[in-house]
Design a protein. Structure first.
Lengths: 214, 429
């Protein structure tokens, strides 16, 4: 199998693997807390965008929408999950700022052509907030079984995916340099995406034991 | 690359005067040669030639892998093959000569800006020129390696940071487990000692009571004369026996408290309405505190979950926990009131919430607070900060055992010396 075929196969697999956490999420819908219902809604939206992307010619526009959805979804989830009201508000403010910047980049700076700036900014922001949440969770000794915490898996998935995705900032020069290197990067990214959806699936499974915070 | 090195060497041998001539050749006027075409391609793709627009006003930018270029030229005012000087600024250091040629090519050009110049060999000839840029190998771009290093460092730092946090967590958990084991062994030891002490203590209590009764009988039996002679002694013995009895009863109470540690968990779990239980215990403890000091008043605030707060608990023991925590809180409020400023208003806040199958209760006071050192030992049996006779040091250790052993929960304290304390406990609900 050639690298181009392998990477294409993995990219397709990773894109539509999102259906697995979505199906599990719907199956457990009544037993998962509201935070995970929102995550489910976000994943459904991403799947709809993925399908719409197949029939659209304005692919670059979709990239900005993906970025915005990612930031809004996880910004909201982590702002609700971190301990400390100030930290939560800070994350919400950051979410608003990053979303605004993506909008400005889309319409006034890069003009819906290539979302390099928006993409990098969104990924850095998501990495930061997932690290903030993870560090709080690890330091919380009242949590007995760390691995049974559903949001641990969500944040680990977000961290891994976006940390790999941050490398996308080099995609343009890499593409000029070597198509092979670019395909290798896409293969790694596809693997990170697969890992993300596996983590989300496990998080939904674990979330069925968790009741909504009243 | 070897061919370019060779050209440089030839240049040195032929003499540098040509460079001077080339520089003089730059100027206004019609070039002596013209570029007919420039094509660029990948060195390995022999048949795919990309023709570059030589008339383009925009800078010509070639991808990294399109770095083999062919320049075709001719003299402006002559036909056929001629002799030319040419050079590629950015690579060549001198003019190169080609006789009877119309094309030259350069391969493996590295990233950078270049200008190709070509002119006839006539003295004072003006060269034609063509500028272009080859997008460099990213490794050669100044920003790439630092950015890559920064990226790698960021990822490694995040991983390292989370790993260190995790290891730190593991260490703390180990410490907690050691502490828990120590508390458990102390409880067991205490229960063992209590069992052993209880029997002799019962003898002391009972025989002191019997002896007092015998003493009373002795008083009745003795003739009045004899009684007058020994009355003082009998009275002293009676007082001593009363003290022995009082203190043995107190010791008995302490031993009973100690024994409660071993009895935790033996009762029946039952569903109770926590809000009612808290309110009742709070009012009762407040009443007791006010009985001890009429002038004592405190602001009591409760904050309960809006939903039902029913939980399955060992009712009597859970009540004991609330009673101990509330009485301790009122004690510390009274202490601070005695020491504190005139504008000090004693206050106690109690909140109870359901959170992810856990019932969490918080009892916060603005009393004297406790130091970190004391906080570490506060749940240990027989540890007390109260003056002798006012506390046995068993109340909080009993609370700890009731919550951890009896209800499989957690209890801890957050406090700042001089500002107050918050006792928090969680039980599965």
């Amino acid at each position: 199998m050639k690298l181009v075929e392998l990477s294409a196969y993995l990219v397709y697999l990773s894109t539509y693997l999102i259906a697995v956490p979505i199906l599990l999420g719907f199956y457990l819908y009544r037993r998962i807390p509201i935070l995970f219902r929102i995550l489910l809604a976000g994943l459904v939206l991403v799947l709809i965008l993925d399908i719409a992307l197949l029939f659209s010619t304005a692919k670059n526009t979709f990239l900005y929408v993906f970025c915005g959805v990612d930031v809004l979804l996880f910004g909201w989830i982590f702002s609700r999950s971190v301990s400390g009201e100030a930290t939560g508000r800070l994350i919400l403010a950051g979410t608003a700022l990053v979303t605004l910047t993506i909008g400005l980049d889309a319409f006034f700076y890069s003009g819906l052509t290539a979302n390099g700036l928006s993409n990098t900014l969104a990924r850095v922001f998501l990495v930061v907030i997932s690290v903030v949440y993870l560090s709080q969770l690890i330091q919380n000794l009242k949590v007995d079984n760390l691995l049974a915490q559903p949001l641990l898996w969500v944040s680990l998935g977000v961290l891994t995916y976006n940390a790999v995705g941050m490398f996308d900032v080099f995609s343009k020069p890499i593409l000029s340099y070597s198509q092979n290197l670019y395909l290798q990067f896409y293969t790694v990214w596809a693997l990170a995406t697969i890992l993300l959806y596996v983590f989300f699936t496990y998080a939904f499974w674990m979330a069925k034991h968790t009741e909504e915070i009243s | 690359m070897q061919q370019y090195r060779t050209r440089i060497l030839i240049g040195i041998v032929l003499g540098l005067s040509m460079i001077g001539g080339a520089i003089q050749g730059y100027g206004q006027g019609e070039p002596s040669a013209r570029l007919l075409s420039v094509s660029a391609r990948n060195y390995q793709q022999a048949y795919s030639k990309n023709l570059v627009d030589t008339l383009s006003t925009n800078p010509v930018v070639l991808p990294y892998d399109q770095n083999t270029l062919f320049f075709t030229f001719a003299a402006t005012n002559a036909r056929g093959r001629q002799s030319f000087f040419y050079m590629l600024n950015g690579l060549d250091y001198y003019w190169l000569r080609c006789d009877n040629c119309t094309q030259v090519h350069y391969s493996h050009l590295d990233g950078g800006d270049y200008t190709f110049l070509v002119k006839t060999t006539s003295p004072g000839a003006i060269p034609a020129q063509f500028s272009f840029e080859v997008e460099g190998n990213i490794w050669h771009r100044w920003w790439f390696v630092p950015m890559l290093a920064l990226y790698g460092l960021t990822i490694m730092s995040i991983g390292g940071y989370l790993f260190v946090l995790y290891r730190f967590r593991q260490k703390l958990i180990e410490q907690h487990l050691v502490h828990k084991a120590r508390m458990e062994s102390m409880s067991e030891l205490m229960s063992g000692i209590a069992h052993e002490i209880l029997n002799p203590l019962n003898f002391v209590t009972n025989y002191s009571e019997v002896s007092r009764e015998l003493l009373d009988e002795l008083k009745d039996e003795l003739p009045a004369d004899a009684l007058n002679q020994v009355e003082d002694i009998v009275s002293d013995v009676g007082d001593n026996l009363a003290k022995i009895n009082d203190h043995s009863l107190r010791a008995n109470q302490i031993v009973q408290n100690m024994l409660q540690h071993s009895r935790i968990g033996r009762g029946e779990m039952q569903f109770v309405e926590i809000k009612t239980m808290i309110t009742d215990q709070l009012q009762e403890s407040y009443r007791v505190a006010r009985q001890q000091d009429d002038s004592f008043e405190a602001v009591l605030t409760t904050d309960f979950d809006t939903s039902s707060l029913t939980a399955k608990v060992l009712a009597a023991e859970f009540g004991k926990v609330l009673q101990n925590l509330f009485s301790n809180a009122f004690y510390t409020l009274q202490e601070k009131r005695r020491l504190g400023a005139d504008d000090y208003v004693p206050a106690l806040w109690v909140s109870a919430y359901h959170k992810n199958h856990v019932l969490e209760l918080r009892i916060r006071d603005n009393g004297t607070g406790i130091s970190q050192e004391v906080a570490e030992k506060i749940f240990q049996p027989f540890f007390t900060t109260k003056p002798t006779g006012q506390g046995t040091g068993l109340g909080l250790s009993l609370c700890y055992d009731i919550i951890t052993k009896g209800h499989d929960g957690k209890i801890w304290v957050e406090s700042a010396l001089g500002e107050g304390s918050t006792f928090i406990f969680q039980i599965p609900a």
